[in-house]
Design a protein around this ligand. Structure first.
Ligand SMILES: Nc1ncnc2c1ncn2[C@@H]1O[C@H](COP(=O)(O)OP(=O)(O)OP(=O)(O)O)[C@@H](O)[C@H]1O
Length: 254
């Protein structure tokens, strides 16, 4: 289970109607099906992070409802795991202890938490690095730890905020392939936000394009291409042009 629905969501920072109030999102509605990989694409400032933060429970919608499997979301919970661009690892804990942290907080016995952590560490390709500290790892490896930590608590929905933006382009491309491999092994409902058109096409089942601020639903585009995705495929190229034109249109209007 893990369907996500966003219905008529508006977010205003400040007091609606008062001077200085910022409407970040306006009357936004869409659904993400169980185990669907969905990317939210939009120009800077269109409200992508605001949307993620509301789904995660860090912010509340001013109007509208966000629900997982039909239940409106409340404060942050294990069923919605967030993976951040800056890894958000505990620097004083080893890889294994970082990944065990969630299961321990969920009161799993230590041996079971360790078993779960080691399974995920292997899945993300870090077997052998269990006793390393974050500062001993490359950016790509730290992001693998962050992914293991997000998955180990068995979330229904995985939320990703530009997870690879801090990586160099080669590592980023490699990590995108790795994410697809891991997601196919461990199917999850994913909502990922990005500025990158290529990242959106490479990863997603469907791309949701937001308008400039206030973010509204501009388009929903299914990506009907086999994985791994070939950038030279004519459908890939046509989709990239379509998305680039949409984003440019919004930048000019925004
Ligand atoms: N806490 C806040 N208080 C007031 N305004 C905010 C707050 N957080 C975000 N905003 C405003 O809401 C709008 C949407 O911001 P948000 O960070 O969600 O956009 P974004 O699409 O994620 O941008 P980027 O791609 O640049 O990260 C922006 O105009 C931003 O200035």
């Amino acid at each position: 289970m893990g369907s996500l629905s966003v219905s008529g969501v508006t977010k205003v920072y400040g007091v609606p109607g008062a001077p200085g109030a910022v409407t970040a999102l306006s009357n936004l509605s869409f659904e993400i099906a169980n185990h669907e990989f969905c990317t939210i694409l939009g120009h800077s400032g269109c409200g992508k992070t605001t949307l993620l933060n509301m789904v995660a429970g860090f912010e509340r919608a001013t109007e509208g409802t966000i629900a997982v499997d039909g239940t409106p979301v409340g404060p942050p919970g294990w069923e919605r795991s967030m993976m951040f661009q800056d890894y958000a690892l505990f620097p004083w804990l080893t890889v294994r202890d970082n990944v065990m942290y969630g299961p321990r907080m969920k009161r799993e016995p230590k041996d079971e938490a360790r078993r779960q952590a080691d399974e995920l560490i292997t899945l993300v390709g870090l077997a052998g690095f269990e006793k390393h500290y974050p500062h001993q790892l490359s950016g790509g490896m730290r992001q693998r730890v962050a992914l293991a930590r997000a998955l180990v608590v068995c979330p229904r929905v995985l939320l990703m905020d530009e997870p690879f933006a801090a990586l160099d382009s080669q590592t980023r491309s490699f990590m995108q392939d790795e994410l697809v491999r891991i997601w196919r092994h461990e199917p999850k409902t994913v909502m990922l936000v990005t500025h990158s058109i290529d990242e959106a096409i490479k990863l997603s089942d469907r791309i949701i394009v937001l308008s400039s601020r206030p973010g509204r639903l501009k388009a929903q585009i299914p990506v009907d291409l086999p994985r791994p995705r070939d950038e030279d495929h004519p459908v890939y190229r046509a989709l990239k042009k379509q998305l680039r034109d949409m984003i440019h249109e919004e930048m000019e209007e925004g």
